[in-house]
Design a binder for this molecule. Structure first.
Ligand code: AMP
Ligand code: MG
Length: 267
């Protein structure tokens, strides 16, 4: 899965990456789903170990264009994990209260505690993405934010957080199909917003903003992965495997028992 990790120091090069790529898996959709299920069982086990050990903190940052699959990723990849140790924090358009603070304020209070995985459904990255595309702050202000974000993430890492950043990379054509489905299917109407059509017109500007944000915040200790996301089964498989590999590298262990349990019988 390292092929989807952006090489530190190199450009993200999004336009050269194929959203329909499925090169890391030899089978088709149904075999891919089975493989994802097997990886999911591993993730469940590792998440329990993480929770039991209570030592590491895991932050998963999910970013994507509209309809990119953030919600589906959360639903499928974390299926079966224990809600006691897995949190989701979703960041929408900032409230007046949030806007009255610095832009890190609202995210910092949701960073994971020891033993926990926190998934950011959107994140502080919006403040160098949508904010730049729509000129919501002067360029001189947003320009400084790349450095803030790197420092903030470095601080989290130094304090024991493992950060994994995932950009779900869909094609413009796939977005068209998914938006149309939200219009055509009454059960998906709730997901549709007329604003999405306006944002779609800014596709190239968003891609450019992602290109720059990913390239400039791709620290060795807080890597970005660009996930081919047109095929949902492949997206789920790749992400689950990345998380399994990330957790496995922590070499976690269950805590030692309180005392010698040999021969202890419950009456
Ligand atoms: P959704 O993820 O579909 O629920 O939409 C959330 C919306 O909130 C998206 O259009 C984001 O671009 C927007 N949003 C999130 N964070 C910010 C931010 N910091 N500034 C402006 N808009 C934001
Ligand atoms: Mg939306």
């Amino acid at each position: 899965m390292e092929q989807y990790r952006v090489t530190p120091g190199a450009a993200a090069n999004l336009t050269a990456r194929d959203p329909r790529d499925s090169a890391a898996f030899d089978g088709g959709k149904s075999a891919g789903r089975k493989a994802a299920k097997a990886a999911n069982a591993e993730l469940e086990h590792l998440q329990e170990l993480l929770y039991a050990e209570g030592k590491h903190k895991i932050l998963v940052v999910l970013q994507a264009m509209d309809t990119g699959g953030k919600d589906g990723t959360i639903r499928h990849v974390f299926d079966g994990t224990n809600p006691q140790g897995v949190k989701v924090a979703s960041f929408k358009k900032p409230t007046p209260e949030e806007l009255a603070h610095d832009y890190i304020w609202r995210v910092h209070k949701h960073t994971p505690r020891s033993g926990e995985i926190t998934i950011f459904n959107r994140s502080h990255y919006e403040d160098v993405l949508v904010v730049r595309v729509h000129d919501l702050v002067p360029p001189a202000v947003s320009e400084q934010r790349f450095e803030h974000i790197n420092s903030f993430e470095q601080m989290l890492t130094d304090e024991g957080t493992t950060i994994v950043k995932l950009f779900l990379h869909i094609s413009k054509e796939e977005q068209r199909v998914r938006l149309q489905a939200r219009i055509d299917d009454p059960e998906k109407h709730w997901k549709f917003s007329f604003g999405d059509l306006g944002e779609r017109k800014l596709w190239d500007q968003y891609l450019q903003a992602y290109e720059e944000a990913i390239t400039r915040t791709n620290a060795v200790s807080a890597p970005w992965y660009v996930i081919p996301a047109d095929r949902k089964w492949y997206r789920n498989l790749v992400i689950t495997r990345i998380l399994v590999d990330t957790l496995a590298r922590l070499e976690m262990a269950y805590p030692e028992p309180e005392g010698n349990l040999e021969g202890v019988v419950v009456e």
